[in-house]
Structures are given as C-alpha cells and as structure tokens.
Design a protein around this ligand. Sequence first.
Ligand SMILES: [Ca+2]
Ligand SMILES: [Ca+2]
Length: 185
Amino acid sequence: MKSVVISLAMLCTSVYATVDFYQVGGPAEVCDPSNGMRYKFFYDLKYTWLAAKDACALDSGVLAKIDDSDLHKRFRRYINSENDIKNPMGGGYWFGLNDRLVEGSFVFIDDTPLSYDGWSSRKVGKKTVTQPNNNVQKDCHGQDCGQLWQFPKKRNKNATWHFDDAYCLDKKSFICMYENGCSDE
Ligand SMILES: [Ca+2]
Ligand SMILES: [Ca+2]
C-alpha cells in the first residue's frame, strides 16, 4: 500500500509540473503548485529596487526568484491573465535578480547565480537589442536590477515579461516570494 501511495505522489508531482498558479485570497496573491512557493504581486505600488527588497522583508518574504523556464512561463501566463496584474503601476516588476556587486554577474537575493536565460531580445529597426545591456544613458553606474519588463506595451498586445536589467533607482512594482502559506496537499 505504501508503495502505491508513493508512486501516486510522484505521478502527481510530475503532473503538477505543468499546472498554473492558483489564487489565494485574491488575484494579487498566488501559490505555485510546482514548487510550493507563494508570490504576491505589488502591482499598485512602485518603489526603487532596494525599497522593494525592504518591503518584501517587512512582509516576511524576499524579492522573487525566477530561475527556470517553466516557472517564468507560469509567471508570464498568470500576469497576462489578470487585468490589474498585467498593468502594474511601475511599468514592470522588480524581482530578486541583480548584478549590484559584480557587473555582469547576476545573482538572486540568496546569492545563487542566475542559471536561466529569460532575457529580453527584440528588434529595433534592423538591430536586435538584447538584455542585459547595462544602459548608462540615465546613470553612469548602469543598470544593475532585474525587472520583468512590461514590453511591448502596445494596445491589445500582451507584454512578454522577459528579463531586463533596469536602473535600480527607477520605481517599479514588485513581486515578493514566501516559503509558507501554500498547502502542500
Ligand atoms: Ca549591470
Ligand atoms: Ca536594460
């Protein structure tokens, strides 16, 4: 009997790998059945990256870690499925990604290095502009903080929410992540 239960549990785990976020207490708060994490979308606020990091800590969370293609897809699908969430006040969502310590070495809040390429790449005229580009036009220190970018913002076209390095002092909406609050049943 025990082995049947275990194999059923394994089956459920593999099925859940493709299941989308489900809401807990409203559209701005979701659980991911694949990793058991809870996420909150602070779509109606906009803070600098450091202030967003502090706001997550005050709420007993951290800026979200998005480090694989499946999780990134779940975020992209979920954001575009909810009107409020897909129109964040800050024009994008800060998450935990940053290269503040060593230029070009992107890490998350827990200092693990980025191992997945979710970066934006788009055509501008005949050129392809690929992120991260550490743009220095507005700030000589460049861009060291990672956002899920609300691009393209054209009417009736969903953003792709790819990664972009942005100016840490820009004010953006943000996504916090929590290890508790999702039932593991
Ligand atoms: Ca940078
Ligand atoms: Ca950039």
